[in-house]
Design a protein around this ligand. Sequence first.
Ligand code: HEC
Length: 204
Amino acid sequence: MKTIIGTLVFATIFAILMALLVIYTGAFNVATAWKDPAPISWVLERTRENSIETRAASIVAPPTKGDKQIDSGFRSYREMCAVCHTPPGGKDSPITKGMNPTPPDLAKSAEHMSAAELFWATKNGIRMTGMPAWGVTHKDGELWDIIAFVKKLPEMGKDEYQALDARLEKGHDHAGGGHGDDGHGDSESQKNDGHEHEDDGHAH
Ligand code: HEC
């Protein structure tokens, strides 16, 4: 018994000393350009997947709301996500190329993640990866619009994406006139969800 306790104490002290050594000597390479060895990538990926799955388990996705919602989600995606998560048929931006981990193709993520999981990751972000927490600046309703659009990505080809891009760019220009600091995607999406807002008229 004594030897077991002795070994455990020794192992604990050894582990703490090793950790301090790594922290204080700069032995750990924080460079983004340094690729993790396969076992470390494996640990990080499983940790991310399980963390998202556990935390999204209690989230219930609201019913989807049709084409208007997809349009609104598309506008936000184009403005907020496409720079890192390359759209269908698009080329990786220098930001995407330079990041580690590489921002995944959301069409693939949407195939294996539930709407609730996509929502959780989008709202809360993913620590130490560069994936921002959009819930800090955006309402849940706006994020669900984006998720509704992301869920369409697996079946969306380059042509369909570009057609949507052209149609909504046009529509936006014609709708015209001063949009707020928040960016047009957001204000439009709020207008589409209009009935909750008192200043729309029907409430007082
Ligand atoms: C600055 C770059 C950047 C932007 C902008 C960005 N992301 Fe990400 N995102 C990442 C990175 C990097 C990861 C990968 C994290 C990882 O591998 O652990 C990620 C991961 C995700 C994941 C998890 C996917 C998976 O397969 O596990 C989702 C969902 C996601 N992002 C959605 C979004 C949405 C929606 C937006 C726009 C509202 C967005 N991201 C904007 C960089 C970004």
